[in-house]
Design a protein around this ligand. Sequence first.
Ligand SMILES: Cc1cc2nc3c(=O)[nH]c(=O)nc-3n(C[C@H](O)[C@H](O)[C@H](O)COP(=O)(O)O)c2cc1C
Length: 154
Amino acid sequence: MKIGIIIHSHSGNTLSVAQKIKDRLAAAGHSVNLEQVTAVNGDPKEARNVQLKDIPDTSKYDLLIFGAPVWAFSLSPVMKLYLSQLPSMQGKKIGCFVTQQLRFRFMGGNNAISQMKKACQSKGGSIYETGIVNWSHKQREARIEEVVQKLGEV
Ligand SMILES: Cc1cc2nc3c(=O)[nH]c(=O)nc-3n(C[C@H](O)[C@H](O)[C@H](O)COP(=O)(O)O)c2cc1C
């Protein structure tokens, strides 16, 4: 299967999880690309006026995994804008994950996942799995492994 892992990552946490998911899927024999969505001005202080710079094309993939950080108890504005402008994803399987600093998923993680799910479903995609990594969790590595395993079973 041709799989695209498309992420926004400002400080590298989401990227490091995405890399592990990529390695897992590649080891299972899939063709996997990891691509990053970027903004013209990536400064979080400019988050209200976000304009996209690198806009990965989803059409070449059979299955998509989107990853992003939580910003201000919400999905990062860069990923929010990116998902909103995507073409139809009718019939595609989609996984979503977010990383967040705070320990509890009600501090933005659940909300961000729900925003991602809605955005993908509104384009006809069907969600197969989601995951949240709380970066300050004592068992962070175990949580990352859980998310990698869940999203890596396609
Ligand atoms: C502008 C901004 C707002 C943030 N807001 C939240 C938040 O509401 N809740 C939370 O748990 N973490 C918050 N964080 C922390 C990030 O979600 C966390 O560090 C994440 O893992 C960063 O991912 P990245 O390294 O891929 O950019 C915020 C970070 C930034 C830069």
